[in-house]
Write a protein that binds this ligand. Sequence first.
Ligand code: XMP
Length: 325
Amino acid sequence: MSNKRPETMERIATPALAEAFIDEQIKAIRAQVGEKKVLLALSGGVDSSVVAALLIKAIGKNLVCVHVNHGLLRKGEPEQVVEVFRGQMDANLVYVDAVDRFLDKLAGVSEPEQKRKIIGAEFIRVFEEEARKQEGIEFLAQGTIYPDILESGPVKAHHNVGGLPDDLRFELVEPLKFLFKDEVRVVGKALGLPDNMVYRQPFPGPGLGVRCLGAITRDRLEAVRESDAILREEFAKNGLEGKVWQYFTVVPDFKSVGVKDGKRSFEYPVILRAVNTKDAMTATVEDVPFALLQQITERITHEVKGVNRVLYDLTPKPTGTIEWE
Ligand code: XMP
């Protein structure tokens, strides 16, 4: 099949066009897979979630979703995947708690690319093990979207579960492969996915692993997760959700001296990052109101264990990258 978007294809910008796309894809998916089973790695990101919702409509429980919790997801994400797909959509969902496995493999590894490699390789291994436990799978669904095919920009998507061994090379089902991101969101909305899943900001495949700088430790990883949750909550409360392109926190692997409850403390800082960009090649820093930065600082230093300072990263890209690793 061609990998070029048909020139006649209308931009999916309205609910009605999304409905038409969904009907058409349901037919195409049924024609492709028949009564056979399809496997999908469901991260909870926009693309894999939309593929899952579409395939559940088309083939119900013949779609086997595998959600791997590698311990590097944001607060509440694994729970939301289970609640939305198993709870609301009655999906055939396998939830794999692989937290210890990933953190053990990553222990002591500080080089960023090495961390990425370990996370990617371990993900394939866990997915492969789950694939082998399933009987009769003949297809692999993937949330490939058109920009992945065009390979534009440095947003390093992790859509394909390439790297599976030869005997697990399934035929691919890629219903979103001609869609741009905004179209995927319109389709996701029409499929009934929650707004916070559909309008989610970009999140790297290696997740919080590249925001817990250097060798990942459980205490700093929790500090990243908790501070990120506070930042997201405060941005949402103050009307910045959906307005700022990407925002998150980073915890470096050094401590500084502070005072807490009248006593000297020696704890980690949290770095806040909030940027805007069109294509992630360059980025500018969001002009976050100072009072909001102070409010976030107050919350993080009081609510997050092991943290005594908060810093705001004022660096555009270039010279900084968006992530710190
Ligand atoms: P940088 O840090 O290179 O980030 O300015 C540009 C965009 O790419 C995302 N990013 C990643 N996405 N795997 C991903 O799926 C990765 O390893 C990765 N590293 C960076 C980053 O979040 C930003 O949106």
